[in-house]
Write a protein that binds this ligand. Structure first.
Ligand code: PLP
Length: 398
């Protein structure tokens, strides 16, 4: 058990000598990477639908069980191309609680995002949170499988079709997740994934769109490139969103390690769940049974009254210990459309704002052992137990 002065924030030694990250940081063995990169150098084929990108298009489609996979530069570009490919106009309803790329991709596609609140328990949109925002200008719904949980397609698909709306998904967190045995990537018109280094499948950067619609796939393939590609379809616009051979090489190797990395994530997730459940005011997000997840995200809510301190104090004290946890995607709604001249967000978003105030993501990188998880949870417990003296010390420092 810590004394207050032992915390690194107050001048003690950090609990961890090197930083623990929220990002997954999955790295295949160096020998395998070296061999794959030597192949690229030997072929002198670095870009423009090279053999590794073609192989990844095929392997990722097989992995998802979808008919088509179209790999691109990153998850944001995947969302932009998908949104533009669907021939929509007017307004698209999108969760207020998501990574900013989800919303900004709609602006890039010339659409107007209309933010709706999320369900307080799952952190995702539902027909109930979407319905009040449907207007005669609404043409689509962009749902997000947040934290790798499926954003219930069984409810959203009939809801969208009853209202005559197109449905597509941001699946950037959800590689390998499934809903009732069917992998995410098979729902709505299309789904966008990210292979950023922080995700379970690491291509350094990278992204992909999957779809079971042949015509849409042909459009997506044409849109991702200005170069002659394998298909030519009539499209509204094209962009250089091609994945490079280097990205494809890393992604292919990382995809092979999916099962082992997801299993290791799950062990850490369960260790967190059992240790944190004993700490008052610290509520870890639990995934629904029957919904498979890649368990890459360790998401907790801190209730200040029960935990004794605000989420920000937990975040600052843990970060000083080299436990580099993160808060929500943004501190308030206007940051979602930040650095732009868009009109300020209006409407009522109680669940989103509550999450902005309470959410904390804890590290789950592959270099963490179960003992590390235990030590992180002990720190959280100590911070809770020493809440009163910590609060006094912080006040005195003001
Ligand atoms: C929910 C969500 N959507 C989209 C993205 C964008 O993906 P990328 O970083 O590959 O552009 C991210 C990235 O973290 C994300 O978390």
């Amino acid at each position: 058990m810590h004394e207050v002065d032992d915390f690194a924030f107050f001048g003690g030694e950090p609990a961890f000598a090197s930083p623990l990250h929220v990002a997954q940081e999955n790295l295949p063995p160096w020998g395998a990477i070296e061999l794959a990169f030597k192949g690229i150098f030997d072929r002198r084929y670095f870009a423009n639908h090279g053999p590794l990108v073609r192989e990844l298009d095929q392997c990722f489609a097989e992995f998802i069980g979808a008919e088509h996979a179209v790999c691109v530069t990153n998850g944001t570009v995947a969302l932009m191309i998908l949104a533009k490919s669907m021939g929509l106009s007017g307004e698209v309803i999108v969760p207020a609680f998501t990574f900013p790329a989800t919303i900004q991709a709609l602006y890039w596609a010339g659409l107007t995002p209309v933010l709706c609140d999320v369900d307080a328990h799952s952190h995702m949109i539902t027909p109930k949170t979407i319905e009040p925002h449907i207007s005669p200008r609404t043409t689509g719904i962009l749902a997000v499988h947040l934290w790798g949980q499926p954003c219930n397609p069984q409810k959203l698909e009939p809801f969208a079709s009853d209202h005559g709306l197109s449905l597509f998904f941001d699946a950037c967190h959800a590689i390998g997740a499934s809903f009732n045995g069917r992998r995410i990537g098979n729902f709505g018109a299309g789904e966008a994934f990210s292979f950023h280094a922080g995700q379970i499948v690491n291509g350094s950067e990278g992204g992909c769109i999957t779809t079971n619609d042949r015509e849409l796939a042909a459009k997506l393939r044409t849109m991702r490139s200005f170069h002659p590609s394998e298909t030519f379809a009539r499209v509204p616009l094209r962009i250089n969103g091609k994945m490079s051979e280097a990205q494809a090489a890393l992604t292919l190797l990382s995809l092979k390690e999916y099962q082992q990395n997801a299993a290791a994530n799950r062990l850490r997730y369960e260790a967190y769940l059992s240790a944190l459940s004993e700490i008052p005011g610290v509520f870890m997000l639990k995934y629904e049974p029957g919904y498979d997840n890649n368990y890459q995200c360790i998401v907790v809510e801190i209730d200040q009254e029960q935990a004794g301190l605000h989420r920000d104090v937990f975040l600052n004290l843990l970060s000083a210990e080299n436990v580099l946890c993160t808060g929500p995607f943004f501190s308030d709604l206007d940051h979602m459309i930040s650095f732009s001249d868009r009109p300020p967000t209006t409407g009522s978003f109680p669940a989103t704002l509550r999450l902005c105030n309470r959410l904390l993501q804890l590290p789950n990188s592959q270099k963490m052992t179960l003992r590390d998880v235990d030590r992180v949870c002990s720190l959280v417990r100590d911070i809770h137990q020493l809440a009163t003296p910590i609060e006094s010390k912080l006040r005195a420092a003001l």
